[in-house]
Design a protein around this ligand. Structure first.
Ligand code: ADP
Ligand code: C5P
Ligand code: MG
Length: 215
């Protein structure tokens, strides 16, 4: 592993930053419904959904040299070094051909946040934060049934601890910059999406208004 600004990252960033992509970070505790709502946003608003967790799981499956390390970290609910995750995100952004991204489950800690900013020079448009009580998230994770090695009660407790200690401070950081859009994620899926739609529609209206003023 090199530093966060090693050659492949810089090359990837060259073409990425030229594109000036729109990035929305989608954050919330494990099981708060990030992936579920991202699917809805993709269908309605034309974003590309990139789940950091999904990219890391795909990396394990691909048999990459980092696979064993990633698998061990996920089993323990720990956060994989930013260098690895950011490279996967950059690659997926470049390959997508899109310029609007939902980055789900990232940044998970201060290291993720700072490294992404330095390497990509991208500031998120806003942060969508799904708030949900632990009791509800635990119930959802235990019945998710996707065969995930980390959806067991022991790992779930570790993930909740990491969320409180490492991920919440990142949300607080963006809160202090006025970038957080908080959603009550304990409601049924359709009601959560109603609240999400309001936020993305308001964003699109703002863009249209701006275009009218320029024209
Ligand atoms: P995350 O990506 O935040 O970990 P998921 O979107 O995978 O969460 O959702 C976790 C589980 O909870 C899934 O089985 C999903 O179908 C279910 N789920 C998602 N949103 C809701 C909701 N609002 N109410 C009830 N169950 C939900
Ligand atoms: O978001 P998701 O629940 O899919 O993440 C599963 C696991 O992937 C996390 O508990 C963590 O071990 C790892 N992960 C990570 N860094 C991220 C996102 C996920 O290490 N930014
Ligand atoms: Mg998810």
């Amino acid at each position: 592993m090199g530093t966060v600004v090693d050659a492949p990252n810089r090359e990837a960033n060259g073409s990425l930053s030229e594109k000036k992509p729109t990035v929305v970070f989608v954050l919330g505790g494990p099981g708060s419904g990030k992936g579920t709502q991202c699917e809805n946003i993709v269908n309605h608003f034309g974003y590309t959904h990139l789940s950091a967790g999904d990219l890391l799981r795909a990396e394990i499956k691909s048999g990459s040299e980092n696979g064993t390390m990633i698998q061990n970290m996920i089993k323990e609910g720990k956060i994989v070094p930013s260098e690895v995750t950011i490279k996967l995100l950059q690659k997926a952004m470049l390959e997508s051909g899109n310029d609007k991204f939902l980055i789900d489950g990232f940044p998970r800690n201060e290291e993720n946040r700072a490294a992404f900013e330095v390497v990509t020079q991208i500031e998120p448009e806003f942060v969508l934060f799904f708030y949900c009580p632990e009791e509800e998230m635990e119930k959802r994770l235990l019945s998710r049934n996707q065969g995930r090695e980390d959806d067991n009660i022991e790992t779930i407790r570790k993930r909740f601890k990491v969320f409180l200690e490492s991920s919440l401070p990142v949300i607080q950081y963006y809160e202090s910059k006025g970038k957080v859009r908080k959603i009550d994620a304990a409601k049924p899926i359709a009601e959560v999406f109603d609240a999400v739609k309001v936020i993305f529609t308001a964003k699109d209206e703002k863009v249209k208004h701006h275009a009218c003023v320029i024209l």
